[in-house]
Every structure is written in structure tokens, then in C-alpha cells.
Design a protein around this ligand. Structure first.
Ligand SMILES: *Cc1c(COP(=O)(O)O)cnc(C)c1O
Length: 361
């Protein structure tokens, strides 16, 4: 048997007609940027996230960057980020000229709140909490620290569309949140896309200006903005796909529960799910000491896997100024994590096969 890592066609086959109608409508409207589809999506996605505002932008990285700028982060400021995350979290900070300050993560792969305070300086402005792999970070503890030290909290929810924490939606858990609509995310466009959601009107208005050359009124530029917009075709596709997001996340949960209940192998460390969280399983990540051997074994048996992520950010060439730093947990996880097949439409037989092969390892 062959098992893919991820596939879009089960999602898209079901919606093919609706997507064609939506895209045709944009074509016939003759309006491609900043129109009705975007307005409609921003309203619907804000409702979905239980927030007042949603501002679309070009991609998740820009969402993070623009949200940080809207929070007043400038050159020379410090921003707290987890040591184990996708590189975009750090790039958003360094792109502004601010300094990413790494904090180790817990066993559940989210930032360890007990290790944040020791990293704060008088230049710290924001804590970024990443809901890595689809599970929310420990938001009550993080918000408590932020309140005490007068900091903003930004959720990097790029992998957590629809996740909840104590019954509240990812996106509504801090001062603002960024989502990515990269095709492979739980809610994906057919190209790049992203947004910022928030209950803070000032942040929403700033991001709205920044994404469009620093301007709300045409040719009147209040800020040195950028060009980062969610176009009408992507917004139209997202409007169609958003209706199915909960169903797709439930499917991912059924797959994850089978992995959690049926993988029984002492060499494999399974992911931890907090009781207060609804995990949306962007990735199902296990840890194995001899990862290379395990990945080769799965590959020989027709099972595709990926590594999220193979090198800790502070060990990347792009961050050579931090290469001498040591974050033992992040480095250990970078060496041991491996993501199993996880997507809407993977069959029961395929899941059984993956479990069987892993149990025989
Ligand atoms: C995907 C991702 C981003 C960036 O999103 P893009 O749309 O690819 O720019 C940021 N943070 C995390 C955790 C991500 O997984």
C-alpha cells in the first residue's frame, strides 16, 4: 500500500462546482482587489474566530509583520517567540529590525510560560504565542505575564484555524492573531493568503492601512506601508472552503484519535493534547530517537512523512548571529520530530496500515 502525506483533492472534489461558480463570479465582476468577496470573507472569518475585525493580507508572514508593526514594534525592540516553530515567526520580527528572543517550548510544543519572564528586557514589546501543529498555547498564563509587564500578545495561529482553548476560538485569545491561508493549512486558498483578526479597532485600522501602501484614502499615505492584499479570487475560494472547515477538522480529529489510541510502540513518543484544548491537527507529530532510520523504514513501506522542522531557527544559516546559542529542547525536537500522514480523506484502511507498520517497527 502507498500512503500520501497530504492531499487536497478530497476537499476540492466535493467543492469543485461551488469553487468554479465563485471564481466565475469574480471574473464577471471585473473587480479583482479589495472588493465584495474580501469584505464578505473578512466578515465571515471574524465571526468564525469570535472577533470583531478581520483584515486580509497577502500571506501569513505579512500578517505577523503587519500586526507587530500595528502594535508599535520598531527597530531595536525585543519580541518573545518560541524556540521551536516555523521560521516565519522569527522572520516577522527580524524583518522590522526587532530582535527575536527565543524561549523554550513544553512537551506539547507550545511556548513554556514559566520561562518567559527571565527573558524580558526593557525593550520587550510583544510575546508571540504559536499554536504549533494545531494546538493552542497556554494562553491564560501567557496573557497573565503580558498584563503584568504591559506587553502585547500576538497569536501565530497559522496552523490552528478552528482550534479552541477553554471553549474560545484561536484568534480571539490575545490582542491580535495572524492566520495563513497557504494551500496546505487547515483552511487554504489556491495561492498565498493570510489575515489578522483582532478585537482591537486601532490594530485593525493600522493593519488595513499598512497592507495598502499605508493608505485608506487613495493617494493619501499616512504610513510607510506595503502591498500585501488578499485578492478577490482567493477570498472567493476561501468563502466556499470556510463552510467545510469544521467538518475537515473533525475528520482530522478522528484520524488523530486512531493514531493516539492504536499506535503502541515504546520507541514512538505520541503528541500530548491538553484537556482544555480542541486540537485541529494541522500536523500529527511524533518523536523518535533514531528518526532517520524510522523515516526510511516508513518510506520503504510506502508511507510518506515530513519533518516539521529539521533545524532549530537559531541554528539556521540565516540566523548565524544566534548559532552559538543553545536551546537544548528545541534542538532535541528538531532532531526527533516526524509528521505522519494527516489529511481530510485519508481512508480508514490507510490509517490502519500506517498504525500496523509503526507498531511493527
Ligand atoms: C505557515 C506559517 C506561517 C507563515 O504563513 P505563510 O502564509 O506561508 O507566509 C507562519 N507561522 C507558522 C507557524 C506557519 O506554519
Amino acid at each position: 500500500m502507498k500512503v500520501d502525506f497530504s492531499k487536497f483533492n478530497y476537499m476540492h472534489d466535493e467543492l469543485e462546482e461551488d469553487i468554479k461558480v465563485a471564481v466565475t463570479k469574480v471574473l464577471e465582476s471585473n473587480w479583482f482587489i479589495d472588493g465584495k468577496e474580501l469584505e464578505n470573507f473578512e466578515k465571515k472569518f471574524a465571526d468564525y474566530c469570535q472577533t470583531k475585525f478581520c483584515v486580509g493580507c497577502g500571506n501569513g508572514l505579512d500578517g505577523l509583520t503587519l500586526a507587530l508593526r500595528a502594535m508599535g514594534v520598531q527597530t531595536g525592540d525585543d519580541v518573545i517567540i518560541p524556540s521551536h516553530t516555523f521560521i516565519a515567526t522569527a522572520l516577522a520580527v527580524s524583518n522590522i529590525g526587532a530582535r527575536p528572543v527565543f524561549v523554550e517550548v513544553k512537551e506539547d510544543y507550545t511556548i513554556d510560560p514559566t520561562k518567559i519572564e527571565e527573558k524580558l528586557t526593557n525593550k520587550t514589546k510583544v510575546i508571540i504565542a504559536v499554536h504549533l501543529y494545531g494546538q493552542c498555547a497556554d494562553m491564560d498564563e501567557i496573557n497573565k505575564i503580558a498584563k503584568k509587564h504591559n506587553l502585547y500578545v500576538l497569536e501565530d495561529a497559522a496552523q490552528a484555524h478552528g482550534a479552541t482553548y477553554k471553549g474560545k476560538k484561536a484568534g480571539s485569545l490575545a490582542d491580535a492573531a495572524e492566520f495563513s491561508f497557504y494551500p496546505g493549512k487547515n483552511l487554504g486558498a489556491m495561492g498565498d493568503g493570510g489575515c489578522v483578526v483582532t478585537n482591537n479597532q486601532n490594530i485593525a485600522e493600522e493593519v488595513k492601512k499598512l497592507r495598502n501602501y499605508g493608505s485608506i484614502k487613495k493617494y493619501c499615505h499616512e504610513l510607510k506601508g506595503v502591498n500585501s492584499r488578499l485578492d478577490e479570487i482567493q477570498a472567493a475560494i476561501l468563502n466556499v472552503k470556510l463552510k467545510r472547515l469544521d467538518k475537515w477538522n473533525e475528520y482530522r480529529n478522528r484520524v488523530a484519535n486512531r493514531y493516539l489510541n492504536e499506535i503502541k510502540n515504546k520507541k514512538i513518543i505520541l503528541p500530548i493534547v491538553s484537556k482544555t484544548n480542541y486540537h485541529v491537527w494541522h500536523s500529527f507529530v511524533v518523536r523518535v530517537e533514531d528518526r532517520k532510520k524510522f523515516q526510511e523504514y516508513l518510506s520503504e513501506n510506502g508511507i510518506k512523512t515530513l519533518i516539521h522542522y529539521p533545524t532549530a531557527i537559531h541554528k539556521q544559516k540565516a540566523y548565524s548571529e544566534y548559532n552559538n546559542l543553545s536551546f537544548p529542547i528545541a534542538e532535541k525536537y528538531a532532531n526527533e520530530v516526524i509528521s505522519l500522514p494527516m489529511y481530510y480523506g485519508i481512508t480508514n484502511d490507510e490509517v490502519s496500515y500506517v498504525i500496523d507498520i509503526i507498531n511493527k517497527y
